[in-house]
Design a protein around this ligand. Structure first.
Ligand code: GDP
Length: 204
């Protein structure tokens, strides 16, 4: 699959969000979960590099993604990693103020890719985010990162425990290091992206 990535902009307020150009896919997760590595594996180094540039780590970074010579166009929105802080009342309490409005109101947003580390037990912070997305009626997929670090048995055990702890029916295991699960993740992203295209005439 051929993918090209064009950096659009970094937004640090709702006023700076780009005009919706294509169905949008948001990437969310705690700092260090492996989000940059996964973006790098999915669409190439540009996205990861931009998102790790000092000053941009607290922004939403938007990328225009063209798949197979622009037959499919998507926008990837890389959200700032959230911290290890205790549970907060509002999901935005430890996040910049524009994140919650983005997740609440962004009409082009089709799918939230929520990353958790396959090697770490379910975290209240992640469960809280998922509960909030559910309450908003946002479509999401939970992706467990760094599965290459786990052997078969431990992998099965951890994924089952995460599924239980986060109260989700399905978790997609991936490894940015080996490429495991990336095809399945692309499929989810593709499905979410094309559903939106039909409704709104965004297809080119
Ligand atoms: P971010 O803060 O969420 O963007 O996380 P990074 O992508 O910077 O990764 C955090 C750490 O996890 C780094 O040391 C990465 O090398 C490591 N890491 C990320 N993805 C993988 C993976 O798939 N497998 C393994 N073994 N390590 C990973």
């Amino acid at each position: 699959m051929r993918v090209s990535t064009e950096f659009l902009l970094s937004a640090v307020s709702a006023a700076q969000f780009p005009r919706a150009a294509a169905p949008e896919i948001a990437f969310l997760g705690r700092s260090n979960v492996g989000k940059s590595s996964l973006l790098n594996a999915l669409v190439g180094a540009t996205a990861a590099r931009v998102s790790q540039t000092p000053g941009r780590t607290r922004a939403i970074n938007f990328f225009l993604i063209s798949v197979e010579n622009a037959r499919t166009r998507l926008v990837f929105a890389d959200l700032p990693g959230y911290g290890y802080a205790k549970i907060a009342k509002s999901i935005s309490a430890e996040w910049p103020k524009f994140i919650e409005p983005y997740l609440e109101k962004r009409a082009a947003l089709r799918l939230c890719v929520c990353l958790v580390d396959a090697n770490v037990p379910a975290q209240a912070r992640d469960a809280q985010l998922l509960a909030w997305l559910r309450a908003q009626g946002r479509a999401f997929v939970v992706v467990a990162t760094k599965v290459d670090r786990l052997s078969g048995n431990a992998r099965t055990r951890n994924l089952a425990a995460l599924q239980d702890g986060l109260q989700v029916g399905e978790i997609l295991p991936v490894s940015a290091k080996t490429g495991y699960g990336l095809k399945q993740l692309w499929e989810k992203i593709g499905e979410a992206g094309t559903e939106g295209l039909r409704d709104e005439g965004l297809r080119r």
